[in-house]
Design a protein. Sequence first.
Length: 374
Amino acid sequence: MRPVCESNGFIERFTLGEGDLSFAVKDTLDVAGFRTQAGCPALADTPVAAQHASVVATLLANACVLAGKTTLHELAFGVTGINPWSGTPVNPRFPSLIPGGSSSGSAAVVAAGEVDFSLGTDTGGSVRMPAACCGILGLKPGYGVLSRQGVIPAASSLDSVGLFTRDAHTLRQALNRLHIAVESPLDALPAITFIPAALPEIDAALLRFLAEAGVQPAQGELPTLVDAHLAGVAIISHENWQAFSPLLMEESVSQDVATRIRAGGSVTAEALSQAELVRRRFSDDVDALLADTPLLALATLPELPPTLTEANDPLSVVNLTRLVRPFNLSGHPALTLPAGTLDGRPIALQLVARKGAEGLLVQAAEWLTVRTRR
């Protein structure tokens, strides 16, 4: 029998561990004794996991209580969070809008107050995008900072385990229990470079948000941002073709996801080689900006999140990831935090720091949220 998502995003509820912080995990992370099905009927008969994913085991060993597993966009390969098989969670704060994908359920259970924090995975924005849609915080640590042992797919050059919280203080606590140190709160925010890359009205609203906190950022450019997005699409398409193409034989993968997987089979060696060149160039460009200011800021989403009706064709909204996916390509840590609303829909600010500076992103989020009361 297939697991069915509750309206808040859980597909299975249980209690594991003892402690003072509760969390949930996306159903791409192994939990011993449960099937890891990634929201896909083709994995309905997969064997139960023999052991916890590394990050789950670490949290359970550090006074955290696991409250259950959450739904997602099928095979973590989509941006809307709509899943016709395991269910689509309601966006708790903006019910008419998509919850965002792929880690839709993990974002929804945090936004609904069901748990203190949750784990998702972010290969092309799959933590930061649903966090932005649901009006909460989402952190993608730098590539390789958190172990991917026990995570589907087993191999990825883009994916990071990430976290959702409602506030920066809880994010600090969760990272500490994952052995990522966050220093004391900042007395002053370090210099920021703002990169205008979204719709003009979104960029203007984000600059007002920063001004409200007393921040006047420098203006900067990332001319390779578009190329980095396209290179990230090519690499994820190829890697997901390698990981998931055998599942297409069963004809039980949703049409939008199957279409994207099949497209990965046509990515050429030359295209991958060019994508790797873009990876190095873009990473160098980001590092060059970060040498001038410790933080970069830009919109998380280039447009306002769509309604469920507007996103009826999941393939039509893939480009909503064009400001988050580049930092999967480069491997830099990135965090999104809510920055108000525009026309009744949420907008979010994305902060990027040098590799190894996850703690600075949390400190910056604490500093900003205290001063803007979002």
